[in-house]
Write a new protein. Structure first.
Length: 288
């Protein structure tokens, strides 16, 4: 420290200073506070600057808000923690469960739908910098896409077009459409969608009982139709076989045979044979 009564230029160790009646610090000298600060916090800074990465994990590094790089190799790494921001992302495939959601199909029927999506992050820089909360972004977009795609199809094929697309029969095509649509939406987050599968697909409880009766009635009609078609073929084949073997039958006998065969084949309960009674013949014989 140098003290002088008048302002004059002093040269000390090659440096020029102007001294006044104030105390001046000579270059190379340090205060006790500075030394204490360095001794106290430097070890903490060194220790806190270490971080680890697991397999299939990457870290995006920012320094004071500026991107400085992406660390991809597993192990222990060191980067000055002062002003550092560290974002870790798993690059392994992740299963995303879309919870049960109420969706309306193309015919206006409410459905309960849940699904499972498999994806992973391939570009962690985009995941950290282009979107906020990358995992939440993927979940929200997957939910929106699922609602949009389900609303384009009926739950069951229309009766007028039995071969048409429906949610029950076109699961593979719907899955492919979902993956393509969702992929175009999550490219900005550096994610890749691998697969989509329905976990639950059913009518909402308020209409489930009515739709179940409708399905049962439709199935019963189809079953009856199949039985009748088969019975007609059997009866027709029986009459044709008898005629080919030389059995002559009157039209009334053919009608009775076909009627009996249809009754036996189409009846739900066990059929009991019955014989007609000719009361006129019995009475005439008794009179004689």
């Amino acid at each position: 420290r140098v003290r002088g009564s008048n302002m004059e230029k002093i040269k000390i160790d090659g440096s020029h200073f102007y001294e006044d009646d104030e105390e001046l610090l000579v270059p190379g000298s340090e205060s006790l506070c500075s030394r204490a600060f360095c001794c106290l916090f430097f070890p903490c800074v060194c220790v806190c600057s270490f971080y680890t990465l697991q397999e299939a994990e990457e870290a995006v590094l920012l320094n004071c808000g500026r991107y400085i790089g992406t660390e991809k190799s597993p192990g222990v790494h060191w980067t000055n923690c002062c002003g550092r921001s560290l974002f870790k992302y798993r690059t392994a495939q992740t299963t995303l469960h879309l919870a049960n959601t109420r969706v309306v199909d193309r015919n206006g029927n409410p459905l309960d739908v849940s699904a499972v999506v498999v994806y992973n992050f391939q570009d962690t820089q985009k995941a950290a910098l282009e979107v906020s909360n990358a995992a939440g972004f993927v979940y929200t977009q997957a939910l929106v896409v699922m609602k949009q795609i389900v609303s384009r199809y009926p739950y069951e094929a229309d009766e007028d077009d039995p071969s048409g697309h429906s949610l029950k029969t076109e699961a593979e095509e719907i899955s492919r459409e979902f993956v393509q649509t969702l992929q175009s939406r999550v490219d900005v987050a550096g994610a890749r969608v691998h697969s989509f599968q329905f976990n639950n697909l059913s009518y909402a409880p308020e209409i489930a009982s009515g739709m179940l009766k409708r399905q049962q009635a439709h199935a019963l009609v189809q079953a009856r139709k199949t039985i009748v078609e088969g019975a007609v073929e059997i009866a027709q084949g029986a009459v044709s076989s008898l005629e080919e073997k030389g059995v002559t039958m009157h039209p009334e006998e053919k009608t009775r045979l076909v009627s009996n065969l249809l009754t036996v084949i189409c009846a739900e309960a066990e059929v009991h044979p019955t014989l007609p009674l000719v009361f006129d013949s019995v009475v005439s014989r008794s009179d004689k």
